[in-house]
Design a protein around this ligand. Structure first.
Ligand code: ARG
Length: 559
């Protein structure tokens, strides 16, 4: 809960808005001065009174309740004391009552959010560059569901383009069925790379013909294409399973083949289409952007044309409240352009389209190139991380049972968390050692904290029983405050499209819990203190697990 807001709303000063009061409230360094304080110096001028008198008068008017139970005026400051016992009891009861549903809400009820994410390219490598879109999109998907929204996960497949002509041509020259069937996406990618390295003019022209054949509905060309597509999807689904992400629709670029003409017609009718060197464009110069290309001079459609058709289709089909595109910032201009075109077409909902842009991920050795086959496959990153997790986990606890299953959760969690911990727009350098560290801001640290909490609870046979009037000490109250802010963190993460807020929250909560764990005895405490601490431990475990599960990260019982 936002105490500052709560306090600000309960203070009236003529000529000063509650937003300003809110921004003035501070957290005193020393809790003897209260949990929150409002310095009254700034109001002196307007009210023509001394800060001390203002503080006294505000104190006299302030009505305490079971949230803010103390108020005092001290040398020009108005100090507030939170009702710690009351807050502790109510938060713990709420969490233990709701269990893994703590923080869930219905704010999104009746609203649909479409999330376009991962959006892989058929027959191309699923590489480390797709990590962020997949896990950020996956986390937003779960977050919005958690908040009661109806969510549609869309994998806008890259399954349209001249490269498929090249691929079929390469297959016809060098490929064979068994090899491709066996090698799957890797074999297909090898063919594509080989084409780019070795194809001569003759093959290039054959490739164009194959592309034309796909487009014109030729049976054989389409069968080969569909086969490549199914092999790609089969492959990427194994990775999605590991990362815990799901989709409700795989309607990719091809799906819009027959839905682009109406868009072109509408653009024409609204006099937005212009000819430029034989191509059809929408002029965006007045908006400081290069033109949006709609049809090439040979009549072929473009990426933007398909996105226009897709946006309209999604609006008609899902009537979304928001449609998010989790796509790298390299495509900033593309999104700005086609959003603008929709606005010019008079679609009021163009404002509900959001480009959720994110930065690049590279490995420490700099590997990332997507050209000429030198790519880092996401699958390899995941496998390597799980392998390393096995070593790390075994070193920490050699007697652990089910090390393999635990390493899987730890390793995959580390890959996801590594990509989610920073603000999404930042470029990140992925380091195996860093993401797998037990110390520091990692999923491993949070998972280990969960295992610690779990082991405390397992050693106790008493059912957590929350005492009524227990006044928490400093360490306990720090945990309580953190637990109490979970719902606000989720709301904020959803509003800003920033799963990293949840990742950071999990680390903060784990840190506060560990401080409490090391400073206060739990199992050897007595009476109410023991009851309270067990309840606090259980509530922390539920909350950490929920936070991680929204990010797609599982929690082992032991580590
Ligand atoms: N397949 C595209 C790429 O890899 C991303 C598609 C994103 N979604 C969209 N509606 N444009 O760059």
């Amino acid at each position: 809960m936002d105490y500052k807001k709560y306090i600000a709303e309960r203070i009236n000063i003529d000529g000063v808005g509650s937003d300003e009061i809110y921004s003035l409230i501070v957290t005193p360094p020393n809790s003897e001065m209260g949990d929150f304080a409002l310095p009254c110096f700034k109001f002196s001028k307007i009210l023509r009174k001394s800060p001390a008198i203002i503080a006294e008068e505000l104190k006299a008017k302030y009505v305490t309740d079971d949230i803010i139970s103390e108020v005092a005026a001290v040398s020009g400051y108005l100090n507030f004391g939170v009702n710690k016992a009351g807050l502790a009891k109510s938060i713990l009861s709420e969490i233990l009552g709701k269990g893994k549903n703590y923080g869930k809400s219905e704010v999104g009820s009746g609203k649909t959010v479409c999330i376009d994410y991962s959006s892989v390219n058929i027959a191309k490598p699923f590489h480390i560059g797709h990590l962020s879109t997949t896990v950020i999109g996956g986390a937003l998907y779960k977050l919005y569901k958690y908040l009661g929204y109806n969510v549609v996960g869309i994998n806008h497949l890259g399954d349209y383009g001249t490269q498929f002509g090249k691929l079929i041509c390469a297959y016809k020259h060098w490929g064979n069925k068994e090899e491709v069937e066996k090698g799957g996406i890797h074999a297909i990618n090898d063919l594509y790379v080989r084409f780019n390295n070795e194809a001569d003019e003759q093959m290039e022209s054959e490739a164009r013909e194959y592309f034309r054949l796909i487009e014109s509905g030729d049976k054989e060309a389409n069968e080969i294409f569909e086969w490549f597509k199914s092999l790609t999807l089969k492959y990427v689904r194994t990775i999605y399973d590991k990362l815990g992400v799901t989709f409700d629709s795989y309607a990719g670029e091809r799906f819009y083949t027959d839905k682009m003409q109406p868009v072109v017609d509408e653009l024409k009718e609204k006099k937005l289409l212009k000819e430029s060197n034989g191509a059809q464009i929408v002029d965006l110069e007045p908006y400081g952007m290069p033109p949006c290309l709609i049809l090439r001079s040979d009549g072929a459609s473009l990426y933007a044309t398909r996105d226009l058709a897709a946006a309209i289709y999604r609006k008609n089909t899902y009537d979304f409240y928001k449609c998010l595109y989790v796509v790298a910032y390299q495509q900033n201009l593309h999104f700005k352009q086609f959003f603008k075109v929709l606005e010019l077409m008079g679609k009021p909902w163009a404002n509900d389209l959001v480009h959720v842009a994110y930065g690049m991920v590279s490995l420490e050795d700099g590997a990332m190139s997507t050209r000429k086959g030198k790519v880092v496959w996401l699958e390899d990153v995941i496998n390597k991380c799980v392998e390393k997790a096995f070593t790390v986990v075994s070193e920490k606890n050699p007697d652990l049972e089910n090390k393999k299953a635990i390493a899987e959760k730890v390793g995959i969690g580390a890959v996801i968390f590594g990509a989610l911990y920073n603000n999404k727009i930042k470029d990140i350098v992925f380091s195996y050692d860093r993401v797998l560290s037990f110390e520091g801001e990692t999923s491993v640290y949070v998972q280990y904290t969960c295992a610690r909490a779990n082991s405390v609870l397992l050693k106790n046979d008493r059912k957590a029983n929350i005492p009524d009037n227990y006044k928490p000490n400093v360490q306990e109250f720090e945990v309580i405050k953190e637990l109490a802010s979970f719902a606000d963190v989720l709301k904020e993460a959803a509003e800003k499209y920033e799963p990293c807020y949840i990742a950071r929250y999990a680390v903060d909560l784990a840190q506060k819990f560990n401080k409490f764990y090391f400073d206060c005895k739990i199992l050897t405490a007595e009476g109410e203190a023991k009851d309270f601490r067990l309840a606090l431990t259980e509530a922390t475990l539920y909350t950490l697990k929920s936070a991680l599960s929204i990010l797609g990260i599982g929690v082992p019982d032991k580590m």
